[in-house]
Design a protein around this ligand. Structure first.
Ligand code: PBG
Ligand code: ZN
Length: 331
């Protein structure tokens, strides 16, 4: 007569108190988030030019960036990631490793006023190259690996000299972590951590960023150095190689479409992991939100929670400042 007892998952979902008690992933906090900014080398240092495909994000002149960083710090932002847009681009990315370059100036400005704000710099050459590739381009169109390493190391050292707390190489050249580690150590920056974009896919989701940073390759694509989207075991090889070379923490990028990769890397290595919710992910959520098609805040929080659940210790997201300012993420 008696029904066989069956699983009643609803018992523990019945009230907010019960749900809180059995919650597996802790809520996001300010210390999980890293906020990216684009700083442009321009006469008009108060420039604040909205990026069309990234509503709410701006190309900032030096003064505008300093103000933005102050407001962000006031809102609870604890870490920022800087991208530079130089006035001059050439075939050797000279302004990337110029001590008077735009990122170097931006780092000094922010650290002067806000020594407590953690400043991470993106170390790459594409924004500084006339051809838009992340490494030196040979005449036949090949992006050269080994000759690029020295320029990357010089860039990272120059950022550290300006006061960067962490350097984040995003170029995907082989051996760059080792080259950067050697460069930093030789110049007295043995304590500067490397947050390596170890697992970075050749993704269409970087489209809005390339518009923002004016860094799309003039010819060809990045498939000969960024990873092929179907591959996941390769991500583990890349992650282990970067740790071997001296990376302190790793980035998986993009985030949402690669949550499985994040999860696999989390199981394979024990260093801190960062997920990068990239420009295209931001653009899609914002566009749908602005159209009233989704509840933007709830969708944003759900995507970020998903990344934590998949194994991210920290998340780079263009939503960070806004979420903190509006109290959607607690301190
Ligand atoms: C530079 C770099 C890119 C991004 C971060 N660093 C662009 C690219 O590789 O083309 C993308 C970030 C984003 O889309 O938000 N190599
Ligand atoms: Zn690049």
């Amino acid at each position: 007569m008696l029904n066989e007892p069956f699983h009643r998952g609803r018992r523990l979902r019945a009230t907010a108190q019960l749900r809180a008690l059995v919650q597996e992933t802790p809520p996001l906090t300010a210390s999980d988030l890293i906020m990216p900014y684009f700083v442009e080398e321009t006469e008009d240092t108060s420039l604040r030019k909205e990026i069309p495909s990234m509503p709410g994000q701006f190309r900032l002149g030096l003064d505008a960036l300093a103000n933005q960083a102050s407001r962000a710090a006031g809102a609870g932002v604890r870490a920022v990631l800087l991208f530079g847009i130089p006035a001059v681009k050439d075939a050797r990315a000279s302004s990337a490793y110029d001590d008077e370059g735009i990122v170097q100036k931006a780092v000094r400005r922010i650290k002067e006023r806000h020594p407590e704000l953690l400043v991470i710099t993106d170390v790459c050459l594409c924004e500084y190259m006339s051809h838009g590739h992340c490494g030196l381009l040979r005449e036949d169109g090949v992006v050269e690996n080994d000759p690029t390493l020295e320029l990357l190391a010089r860039t990272a050292v120059s950022h550290a000299r300006a006061g960067a707390d962490v350097v984040a190489p995003s170029d995907m050249m082989d051996g760059r972590v080792a080259a950067i580690r050697r460069g930093l150590d030789a110049e007295g920056f043995a304590q500067t951590p490397i947050l390596s974009y170890a697992v970075k896919y050749a993704s269409a989701l970087y489209g809005p960023f390339r518009e923002a940073a004016d860094s799309a390759p003039a010819s060809g694509d990045r498939k000969s150095y960024q990873m092929d989207p179907p591959n996941v075991r390769e991500a583990l090889v890349e992650a282990r190689a970067d740790i071997e070379e001296g990376a302190d923490a790793l980035i998986v990028k993009p985030a949402g479409a690669y949550a499985d990769v994040l999860c696999r890397v989390r199981q394979a290595v024990d260093v801190p992991l960062c997920a990068y919710q990239v420009s295209g992910e931001y653009a899609m959520i914002r566009a749908a939100g602005l159209n009233g098609w989704i509840d933007e805040d709830r969708v944003t929080m759900e995507t970020l929670l998903g990344l934590k659940r998949a194994g991210a210790d920290m998340i780079i997201t263009y939503f960070a400042e806004d979420l903190l300012r509006r109290g959607l993420v607690r301190q």
